[in-house]
Design a protein around this ligand. Structure first.
Ligand SMILES: Nc1ncnc2c1ncn2[C@@H]1O[C@H](COP(=O)(O)OP(=O)(O)OP(=O)(O)O)[C@@H](O)[C@H]1O
Length: 250
C-alpha cells in the first residue's frame, strides 16, 4: 500500500446557526498518486470538506494532515504542498491572463525570469498563448476555468484540490482540462476533485468516495462500486441507488 498523503480523522463541521452537521465524523485516507473523486448530491458536504482541507474554513471537530503537515504546527509547509482550484473564479478580471498568473506565482514566492517563462509555458499547455495579454474579463467561461487551473499549479503542488473544475465549460475546454489533469497526475500530482459529472469521474478517478449528509457512504474504485450494486452498469446507477431518486437541488 502506498503512503497516505492526506489523512483525515473524524472531521466534523457545523456552520454557525445550522441545525445539523455539514460534515459528520468523516475519516478518510487518500494515497499518493491517486485521483480521488468526491461525489455526492447538492448539499452533501463536498465543498465543506475541500474548504477545510484547503484551510479556507476551520473544522468544528476532528483533525487532518497533508503530507504529514497540519495547519497548526506546519501551516507554511502545508500551504506550499497544495494547490486549490475553487468553484468560483479566483481571478482578477481587469488583469490579463499573464498578469493574473504572474501575480499568483509571486504569491507562492516564485519570481523573476523563471516565473515569466513558467507562466508562458503554462499558458501554452492549455492553449492560451494567443490570449495571454488579453484581460480575463473578456474570456469565455472555459478560458477562465483554464486560467483558474493554471493559477493553482504554478508552484507545482504535491496535492491539487479542484471543486467542479469543468462546470459550465464546453466540450473542447473540458477535454483540454481533463487531459491536462491527467498529465499532472502522471507526473506525480495527487488529485482530489468534486464533480457532478459521474461519467467523467468514472473515467478519470482511481477511487471515489460517495458523500451524503456529511458522511462517507461508500468508497472504492469505480469498478468495485459498480459491481457492488446488483444490475449497476455505471457510477450513475450506483449513485442513484445510494442517494435515491428525489431532487436535491430544490
Ligand atoms: N457558509 C455556510 N453557512 C451555513 N451553511 C452552509 C454554508 N456552506 C454550506 N452550508 C450547508 O452545509 C451543507 C453542505 O454544503 P456543501 O456546500 O459542502 O455541499 P456540496 O456537497 O458541496 O454541495 P454542491 O454540490 O451543491 O456544491 C449544506 O446543507 C449547505 O447548505
Amino acid at each position: 500500500m502506498s503512503e497516505a498523503v492526506i489523512h483525515i480523522d473524524k472531521l466534523s463541521k457545523k456552520y454557525r446557526g445550522a441545525d445539523s452537521f455539514a460534515l459528520e465524523s468523516l475519516s478518510l485516507d487518500i494515497f499518493r498518486g491517486e485521483v480521488f473523486g468526491l461525489l455526492g448530491p447538492n448539499g452533501a458536504g463536498k465543498t465543506t470538506l475541500i474548504s477545510i482541507l484547503c484551510g479556507l474554513i476551520s473544522p468544528s471537530y476532528g483533525s487532518f494532515t497533508i503530507q504529514g503537515f497540519s495547519y497548526g504546527k506546519s501551516a507554511t509547509q502545508l500551504k506550499a504542498s497544495i494547490g486549490i482550484v475553487p468553484q468560483d473564479f479566483a481571478l482578477y478580471p481587469s488583469l490579463t491572463a499573464k498578469e493574473n498568473l504572474m501575480y499568483f506565482g509571486a504569491m507562492y514566492g516564485l519570481k523573476g525570469r523563471h516565473l515569466s517563462t513558467d507562466v508562458d509555458h503554462a499558458l501554452e499547455s492549455l492553449g492560451l498563448t494567443a490570449h495571454s495579454n488579453k484581460r480575463v474579463e473578456t474570456f469565455s467561461g472555459g478560458m477562465k476555468r483554464r486560467v483558474n487551473l493554471l493559477a493553482a499549479v504554478l508552484h507545482k503542488p504535491a496535492v491539487l484540490f479542484l471543486d467542479e473544475p469543468t462546470v459550465g465549460v464546453d466540450v473542447h475546454s473540458k477535454k483540454a482540462i481533463m487531459d491536462y489533469l491527467q498529465r499532472l497526475n502522471e507526473n506525480g500530482t495527487t488529485i482530489v476533485y468534486t464533480s457532478h459529472h459521474l461519467m467523467e469521474a468514472q473515467e478519470f478517478c482511481t477511487r471515489v468516495g460517495i458523500i451524503e449528509s456529511g458522511q462517507l457512504w461508500r468508497i472504492g474504485t469505480p469498478d468495485s462500486l459498480i459491481s457492488s450494486i446488483p444490475g449497476a452498469k455505471s457510477l450513475e446507477d450506483v449513485f442513484i441507488d445510494l442517494t435515491g431518486k428525489g431532487f436535491r437541488d430544490v
